[in-house]
Structure formats: structure tokens, C-alpha cells
Design a protein around this ligand. Structure first.
Ligand code: CO
Length: 156
């Protein structure tokens, strides 16, 4: 396992569309482990492979209910609309109000090449949409209704 360097906003790497993973092997499992370790180290609730410099369709999420790993995730259903505050490991100290679907259903492969389907709401649904946006080369600051400095905001 290794902690990886987080790619920050401004890097062209975060604007690229990630490539689907064609073979789920030990290199992919190692990448997922390294992404998870990096996410926990920097206290994120989600991380996408482009954020560690790998333009591949893999995300790791943990909103406090255990680690979820998604390879080649695709949102197949969306329901409702809700606005809430988001941040991102690649955009330090900036937060923004982002409209997202309230509930999503996502299909993906796990690290053992098993096809999975998950329906989510709340923070998990938001996080899934945020991470999949990274795979499309999109950051929350590209779609936020408003952004602000987090540290100032937290003093309120
Ligand atoms: Co992010």
C-alpha cells in the first residue's frame, strides 16, 4: 500500500475522460488499495483514480458505512433533485453548493470482477455522482451554483 499524491485542480489530468478498465487484475486491486489509503489519510469520503494521476474508471467511497469500490461505474437511474455543500480533495479549502439527484442506482464491477448494482441516497448518492463526474473530467466547481472558502465558512 502507498499514499499517492493528490492531483490538484488546474491540472489537465482532471479534465480528461477516464478510460474503462478492461482487465481487473492485481494491478487494479493495488490501485484501489492505494486510492483507499490516500483517501483515508486526507480524510476524504471519496476518491477517483484521476485524482491520483490514473486516467482509469475506478472510484473508492467511504461515507462512514464501509469502503465501496466501483470499477467502470455507470449511473442507470436518477431520482429527485437536492442541493448540498460539497468539497473535494483536489480543490483544497473550497466548498460549493451543488445540485445532484437525490437517489441514484449505479452499476459497476467490484475488485473480483463481479457485476454489482447499488441504489443509494443521501451522502452516498451525492458522493457517487461526484466521483463519477471525476471520471468524466468534471469537477464540482465546474457545476456548483456558488463556491466559498471553507475555513471562513466554518467559523460562522
Ligand atoms: Co472530488
Amino acid at each position: 500500500m502507498a499514499i499517492m499524491e493528490i492531483v490538484k485542480a488546474g491540472s489537465p489530468l482532471l479534465k480528461e475522460k477516464s478510460a474503462p478498465i478492461t482487465k481487473i487484475d492485481k494491478n487494479v486491486r493495488q490501485l484501489l488499495d492505494d486510492m483507499a489509503e490516500t483517501m483515508y489519510k486526507y480524510e476524504g469520503v471519496g476518491i477517483a483514480a484521476p485524482q491520483v494521476g490514473k486516467s482509469l474508471c475506478a472510484v473508492v467511497i467511504d461515507v462512514g458505512k464501509g469502503r465501496k469500490e466501483m470499477i467502470n461505474p455507470i449511473i442507470v437511474e436518477r431520482e429527485g433533485n437536492v442541493s448540498d455543500t460539497e468539497g473535494c480533495l483536489s480543490v483544497p479549502d473550497i466548498y460549493g453548493e451543488v445540485d445532484r439527484a437525490e437517489k441514484v442506482t449505479v452499476e459497476y464491477y467490484n475488485r473480483w470482477n463481479k457485476r454489482k448494482k447499488l441504489s443509494a441516497d443521501g451522502l452516498l448518492a451525492r458522493c457517487i455522482q461526484h466521483e463519477i463526474d471525476h471520471l468524466e473530467g468534471r469537477l464540482f466547481i465546474d457545476i456548483a451554483k456558488s463556491v466559498h472558502k471553507g475555513r471562513e465558512e466554518k467559523k460562522n
